[in-house]
Write a protein that binds this ligand. Structure first.
Ligand code: TRP
Length: 422
């Protein structure tokens, strides 16, 4: 089954194939990345090259980055097999943001892998080690945890469950009477993962870089984050209005006394001459002081999926579609040399018409992961388009880049093994 089914649902446990990103974006209200690029202090390669193409509220994170304010970055990996090519992009996104001031978190989704994929805890641990070695090898710094061993995440999941009912789960995921209880449990654990940094280190914008298939979880989490708030803060004309959703009376009183130019009414406080931003910050602090969460609605970015080397979907259930980082050189080489390309039927035709790099798995492999220099990538694309570079030669060069990359990466992974416990 495809990730986007005919009923307009996205399936986080389905395949990673997508009919049309544009349609999904407009159906679900995801914004094009273009509308925040101008505000970024530095444009990361994965955005420049349009690998990351959509977002929800990424502007909050960009703003924090610009001001040097705290922000969190979190993603999760399900340890249901060895990490591979398909995981590398999200890892790079996380590392880029931790290098640009983000407070990093990695969730190992062992509960999900155990419940949904039936893996033993032992296997989860073994695979998790590999994911973590990859992340540290790429330069990750921050916290990492296993879902099954994080008491705060489990408590938060329980708290979050008070705000979700079965018909919402049906609407979002298509869960029905036959659905195993482990699915909603995994879902609510992921909601807790995404909110956890703000419980652990205080309210702040939180970025969750994911593939589009994970958007149902993002939507649900944003909804839960909002429902768990004690107050809503909004601008009404020239006033900023703080409304209690379920705040204790004393908390509302505290808001009133925090702002000299405020008026208290039944269930809300209106503030004159307040900036929305400052009031929100203050109110969050008050909410925390009274035992609330004060969540900032989490943000997300969406990347496109790399096609499998054979041209179909990239999936660990199709070995020739990808390679692992610990795979033998010979096997990797074979997969790359046998890959589908954007080449033409005959050499003559290719010289005349040029290749089609933008739909070529080999070109995209270079674009995603192998060529850092924009000029070099551009030259490759141009030579292909002009019919000057044939697929055989291009593949040979690509094999060299892949082996170079893998050797270097494995060496780095070995160097960071000590950072991974157990
Ligand atoms: N469900 C995700 C996957 O299948 C893994 C995951 C768990 C995750 N918790 C997360 C992803 C939090 C993003 C944020 O890969």
């Amino acid at each position: 089954m495809r990730s986007d089914d005919s009923r307009g649902r996205l399936d986080p446990w389905g395949s990673n194939q997508v009919f049309s990103y544009e349609k999904i974006f407009s159906d679900f209200g995801i914004e094009p990345i273009e509308n925040v690029i101008g505000d970024l202090p530095e444009v990361p390669p994965f955005i420049r090259r349009r690998v990351v193409i959509g977002h929800r509220d990424y502007g909050l994170v960009v703003e924090a980055m610009r001001r040097g304010d705290p922000f969190h970055i979190l993603t999760g990996f399900m340890p249901s097999g060895m990490p591979h090519l398909g995981h590398l992009m999200v890892m790079k996104e996380v590392v880029w943001h931790t290098n640009h001031g983000g407070n990093g978190y990695i969730a190992i989704a062992d509960r999900e892998a155990h419940a949904v994929r039936g893996l033993s805890w032992e296997d989860c641990r073994r695979y998790a080690r590999e994911y973590l070695r990859c992340l540290y090898a790429l330069g990750f710094s921050g916290k990492t945890y296993f879902q099954s061993r994080n008491e705060a995440v489990k408590d938060l999941a329980f708290e979050a469950s008070t705000k979700v009912n079965l018909s919402e789960l049906h609407a979002i995921y298509g869960f029905g009477p036959e659905t195993s209880l482990s699915h909603p449990m995994s879902v609510i654990t992921q909601v807790a993962d995404i909110l956890y940094p703000q419980v652990d280190a205080g309210p702040a914008p939180t970025l969750v870089p994911v593939g589009i298939d994970q958007d149902p979880h993002i939507r649900l989490t944003r909804d839960v984050a909002h429902k768990l708030l004690m107050f809503t803060v909004e601008r009404r004309g020239d006033l900023v209005s703080v409304r209690s959703k379920n705040a204790p009376e004393e908390a509302l009183l505290a808001v009133h006394s925090a702002f000299p130019h405020s008026k208290r009414y039944e269930g809300h406080v209106d503030i004159q001459d307040g900036s929305l931003d400052l009031v929100s910050k203050r109110v969050r602090a008050i909410e925390r002081a009274f035992g609330g969460f004060g969540f900032v609605t989490p943000s997300s970015t969406y990347h496109i999926f790399m096609p499998g080397l054979q041209g179909g979907k990239m999936s660990s259930s199709i070995p020739e579609s990808l390679f692992g980082f610990q795979e033998e050189d010979e096997s990797v080489k074979k997969k790359v040399m046998n890959a589908l390309t954007g080449g033409r039927a005959t050499l003559e035709e290719q010289r005349r018409l040029g290749g089609e790099p933008d739909r070529c798995p080999i070109f995209l492999l270079n674009l995603f992961h192998l060529i850092d220099d924009d000029r070099e990538l551009d030259e490759l694309r141009r030579a292909c388009l002009q019919g000057k570079l044939m697929c055989g030669t291009c593949k040979k060069h690509t094999v060299e880049r892949v082996t170079g990359f893998l050797h270097d990466f494995r060496e780095r992974m070995d160097m960071v093994s000590h950072m991974v416990e157990g």
